[in-house]
Design a protein around this ligand. Sequence first.
Ligand code: ZN
Length: 373
Amino acid sequence: MRAHRTLLIRLPSGVCNVDYINRLMALTNLAYRGYEVWIPDLPKEVQYQLYSFKNFKGSLVFGAKPKGWFARAWVPLKTFRIYQDDSKKGDPNAPIVLDFKSGVIRLRKVCKNEPRYVVEVPMPKWVVGRISEGGDIKFARVGLKDNEPYLALTAEREVEPYQPSGYILAVDVNSWKYGIAWGLIRSGKLVTWRAEGPNTLLINTLYHQAVDRERMIGKLRRIGYGDSMKASRVRGQAKSRRSRIYRITRDKAYFLAGKLVRKALKYKALLVIDNMTEESRKELLEEKLPSDVVKLLMSNLKRFVHQLETLAQWYGVPYRFRRLYSTVCPVCGSKLVQEDDRVMVCGNCGFKAPRDMVPMYWALKLQLSTEDG
Ligand SMILES: [Zn+2]
């Protein structure tokens, strides 16, 4: 199986011409649609290699399919790799040179429409790490994100998932309020179980600080001071608090995905993921939380699942997606009733467990059924 991981590197906008990259992106969009257009004042080498990518249409190399005629597609580029031991791979004329000997990445002819224009950026540690894990970076892409130039490096690795040892690592994706629940299961027993998430007290504090400031902006606007220095300062404070909450959940998402994949590797476990977050969203709405709070508590969960899947593929961890319910009885299938302290009880068979642990019983059941079969 071929696994991929991508890193975005922001290019210094002073040395990269945004208009030029824009034109290259428009050309890529046309190439994507099967049009071969030769533009006289753009470097032939870049155009030539664009059309040599045609067979890769729809693949990772080209990236996501541009949505419309005027959508900008990232420009796929070949790479030339020079390794520490002087060995080399790829096309020596490729526009992107990964020079591990000098620890730099060179971009040729893709940052400015000048024949000998070269931009050098330091080699990120990430790249060295992926190479040391047996990966290779055959392709790169250049493009704009929020009108800033970026280089995207895609590492590729041939990896076979290991045979699970009998352990199951079950991961139930919840809102950040109750955290992501995971359990390690072996021979029908729950070995360890935890629910982990960010510091919700801090999120709560930042949220209330943001709301207070937004109220103050409203007041200032009503008395005609909406454009004052003070209003703009307070607006900045409110914005920075909201984006800090977003960063907290994002960092936690990356941290937890890494931690769980390392745990799966350690036990050679089968990773079972429940990524249906609708139940969690419903629970938060039932608690009558404001919709923007719900949004914050659900932010970056998709990113978490994506990172978990990417890392599992990269390190050869076998995984599957399964529904692990928290409101359905794992014994008899009846609907569970929630009591105080989020304890779930079955009125039919008497099953009783904390809400975040119910999915682990479903995972236990799953293990028994895979052992039978
Ligand atoms: Zn029951």
